[in-house]
Design a protein around this ligand. Structure first.
Ligand SMILES: *[C@@H]1O[C@H](CO)[C@@H](O)[C@H](O)[C@H]1NC(C)=O
Ligand SMILES: *[C@@H]1O[C@H](CO)[C@@H](O)[C@H](O)[C@H]1NC(C)=O
Length: 455
């Protein structure tokens, strides 16, 4: 499982406006790879959003496209792929639903409300976390936007890698890689709601705590060494390489990397560090886990400088990550490949800038990347407003390629019954199972403690 950790960061905005044009011209910068094709073509534009706008759930689709332009190309690509394939048919949905056995839900949106048709238990509270995000996005939508995704029928899977279908890409997933069938829609990650099983509360609480740390510390007060806490046993080559690099002689000078685990305890396993406490470090190392790593949004949300590798698994906000060292908006660092082989030299260069002339006369590269991450990610693409915009945008895009003429009766129907039995008194659900019918309103389902559905 992709694991967690934490991060937050600093008060970089103060320095930002004055020094952002001074780009360090160290020789290795040119060898840093521009891994994120999307991010380099469009700029991560402008100032951050105001504090109020960052938590505004109600932006219209048009406003969303203006404020978060980098999120929408991926949706247009998905829609184009489905148009090419002739649209999403009811048959595709039925097939994907039948194959979805772990960590899945199928829901219908009707009259602006979410109805659960199927729910299978998956890891942690992930499916419910994702449904919470959909609920907020739907409820906060304008009437005009609601009309644009009315009648969608969505199948989602909240595992680290998809098990919803055998290749046609109809089910929505948390992450995908290059080999995925074209057209597959990405979910907003469940931990944009909360991740209690990883010791992480709600996303809003993380943002509050990260901000408090950054208001209390300047860049120069943050710890210097590259910081990582995570489980190295998840099978990721990048993470294994990181653990090798930090065993080399002298590595403790520039790295503070320890293995943690949710499952094991031993002398080699370090205690967990609360996620927001990560923000007390200048440099946060990020590596993929089993597939993507759910912790990335927290590290990138620290207003620190995240050092990662060429990621193979994408999530919905990745088009906003800019690793191109030529870009004035660079908001993430990637050392020369492969993986973390050159991390020691990379850290030496970053540190030299932090203590050298840049410390007094301008911004170091690390400081500038952290400031850009605060402006473009914390205050824009990782904001709750952006997540809501993406979620509605994805529903609107998906709705546009759903072939409703292939549905029984030519439109999406909510199966009648409401999932409750009239006058059932206080009898337990097991006794009622035979009489329960239909799709159940998300609210009713939650009040019943989110049973497997149909029960
Ligand atoms: C990043 O990895 C992908 C997939 O492994 C590869 O196709 C791409 O060329 C890599 N990009 C860079 C800049 O190395
Ligand atoms: C999904 O729900 C429908 C309608 O209640 C049911 O017929 C079907 O068997 C369910 N599918 C799964 C995979 O649970």
């Amino acid at each position: 499982m992709s694991v967690l950790f934490a991060a937050l960061f600093l008060t970089l905005t103060l320095f930002l406006s004055v020094f952002s044009e001074r780009l360090p011209t160290k020789s290795w910068s040119n060898s840093i790879k521009a891994a994120y094709g999307h991010g380099s073509s469009k700029q991560a534009q402008g100032e951050g959003l105001s504090v109020e706008r960052q938590v505004d759930h109600t932006m219209s689709h048009a406003e969303c496209k203006r404020e978060f332009p980098l999120l929408f190309d991926q949706l247009e690509e998905n829609a184009a792929a489905w148009r090419y394939k002739g649209g999403i048919k009811y048959r595709n949905l039925e097939e994907a639903s039948a194959k979805c056995i772990d960590g899945c839900a199928r829901f219908i949106i009707k009259d602006g409300r979410i109805f659960i048709r199927n729910y299978t238990v998956g890891p942690q509270s992930r499916v419910r976390g994702v449904l919470t995000l959909f609920r907020t996005a739907v409820e906060a939508a304008s009437a005009a936007d609601k009309a644009r995704f009315e009648g969608v029928d969505v199948i989602l899977n909240a595992l680290d890698s998809d098990e919803t279908d055998a290749g046609d890409g109809v089910g929505w997933v948390l992450t995908k890689e290059g080999s995925d069938p074209p057209g597959r829609y990405l979910l907003p990650d469940f931990s944009f709601a909360a991740w209690p099983e990883a010791g992480i509360g709600s996303y809003g609480e993380f943002r509050r705590d990260a901000k408090a740390i950054n208001e209390a510390m300047t860049w120069h007060q943050k710890a210097d060494r590259a910081f990582f806490r995570g489980d190295p046993s998840v099978g990721s080559a990048a993470r294994a390489d990181l653990m090798e690099q930090v065993k080399l002689p002298g590595a403790s000078v520039w790295s503070d990397v320890r293995a943690t685990s949710f499952f094991d305890e031993s002398a080699h396993i370090a205690p967990h560090v609360p996620i927001a406490e990560h923000c007390k470090h200048k440099y946060l190392l990020h590596s993929e886990g089993i597939s993507y790593s759910g912790r990335s949004k927290f590290l990138l949300g620290c207003s620190s400088a995240v050092i990662t590798h060429n990621l193979t698994w994408t999530q919905h906000f990745h088009p906003a990550l800019i690793s191109n060292p030529q870009s004035p908006d660079q908001n993430v660092l990637i050392p020369p490949e492969p993986y973390f082989h050159h991390l020691a030299e990379f850290m030496a260069d970053l540190h030299a800038q932090d203590v050298g002339a840049y410390a007094t006369s301008g911004m170091s590269l690390g400081q500038r990347v952290a400031a850009n991450a605060e402006r473009t990610l914390v205050q824009r693409y990782l904001s709750p407003a952006a997540t809501m915009c993406y979620t509605r945008g994805a529903l609107i895009s998906y709705s546009s390629v759903l072939d409703r003429t292939s549905f029984p009766g030519g439109q999406t129907e909510v199966l009648p019954g409401g999932g409750v039995v009239p006058n059932s008194g206080m009898r337990p659900m097991e006794d009622l199972r035979q009489s329960i019918k239909g799709d159940i309103d998300l609210t009713t389902w939650e009040l019943l403690d989110h049973p497997i559905w149909p029960p």
